[in-house]
Design a protein around this ligand. Structure first.
Ligand code: THU
Length: 154
């Protein structure tokens, strides 16, 4: 995997340094989105989660006829990694759109942000929201979940 350093402006205007393969993550998120199981909403989401050792874990949303057992793409990726003993993460890339066609950025739902809070440092964990290979924005978890409640609070 080719490592790449890019500079981006975070949502709050602060410069965010990203020392991870952004383009590869976007590609993998788009690839995961093709496997989304969405017979009910038709809204497909793909995620690519970068572990500290450089491994990428893909995730897609998986819906259910009973609705509430549905799982978001981000949590699929996290739970795959954690179930394999991996708990250190650097970043996640998320893409989404009706029938798999992005019309803008897809931000993680509140439940997924809370799962990120369990395993990631909100200051350093990066969330890449992409609508295309050249169209993306990078946020810190702290920006998307200010004053989050996590393991350090207990
Ligand atoms: N969804 C995700 O997979 N991730 C998000 O962060 C937002 C929502 C999924 C859940 C459901 O299958 C569909 O998108 C519509 O809400």
């Amino acid at each position: 995997m080719k490592e790449k350093t890019e500079k981006n402006l975070g949502a709050l205007g602060a410069e965010v340094s990203t020392e991870f393969p952004v383009k590869e993550m976007i590609d993998q998120a788009f690839d995961a989105m093709t496997r989304a199981y969405t017979p009910y909403s038709g809204f497909k989401v793909g995620a690519a989660l970068l572990a500290a050792d450089g491994t990428l874990y893909q995730g897609c949303n998986i819906e259910n006829a009973a609705y509430t057992p549905s799982n978001c793409a981000e949590r699929t990726a996290f739970f795959k990694a954690v179930s394999q003993g991996v708990k250190d993460f650097k970043a996640i890339c998320i893409v989404g759109g009706k029938e798999g066609i992005p019309t803008g950025l897809t931000a993680p739902c509140g439940v997924c942000r809370q799962v990120m809070m369990e395993f990631c440092d909100p200051e350093t964990f990066r969330i890449i929201l992409a609508a295309g290979r050249e169209e993306y924005q990078i946020f810190s978890l702290k920006e998307l979940l200010p004053m989050g409640f996590g393991p350090d609070n207990l």
